[in-house]
Design a binder for this molecule. Structure first.
Ligand code: ADP
Ligand code: MG
Length: 137
């Protein structure tokens, strides 16, 4: 387990970028409240991979796909996941099980039981002001 404190949006962005360069796993599950910095982290991560697309929150679409040199990066946001839609029906099972895919999931709380054991879990916690506690396990 590793813990980081960031004090600005830029620092969280940069942490994402550094994590992307390390490439420790294919599935990254992001936990934390609205405004904690999950999307910011994903934006930094995509930057670190050299993705030029603008990374916007997929809140309304749930899943966005970005081309990598090999395979795809999937940016998933389960905030608006409806109870009657399952992870399986959305094809998330399939996305996750393809080893060519790199997958970042916001609001991973919503599919915690379906996360693979090897998923990297990143918890972002809003502290006072712009301070964030980021725990990676
Ligand atoms: P989430 O996806 O978790 O809802 P976002 O990344 O979309 O969060 O938004 C984070 C918001 O908090 C942004 O408005 C950003 O400017 C602000 N912010 C302030 N401090 C930080 C920090 N240390 N890390 C990340 N975002 C921060
Ligand atoms: Mg978000």
């Amino acid at each position: 387990m590793k813990q980081y404190l960031t004090y600005s949006e830029k620092e969280t962005h940069n942490l994402g970028k550094v994590m992307a360069k390390k490439r420790q796993g294919n599935i990254i599950a992001l936990f934390g409240d609205l405004g904690a910095g999950k999307t910011t982290f994903v934006q930094g991560f995509a930057k670190g991979l050299g993705i030029k697309d603008k990374i916007i929150s997929p809140t309304f679409v749930l899943i966005r796909q970005h081309k990598l040199k090999k395979g795809f990066l999937y940016h998933i946001d389960l905030y608006r996941l409806e109870d009657n839609l399952s992870i399986k029906e959305l094809g998330i099972d399939e996305i996750i099980s393809n080893p060519n895919n790199l997958v970042l999931i916001e609001w991973a709380e919503k599919m915690e039981k379906n996360l693979p054991k090897n998923a990297i879990k990143i918890n972002l916690k809003k502290l006072e002001g712009d301070k964030r506690l980021i725990t990676i396990s």
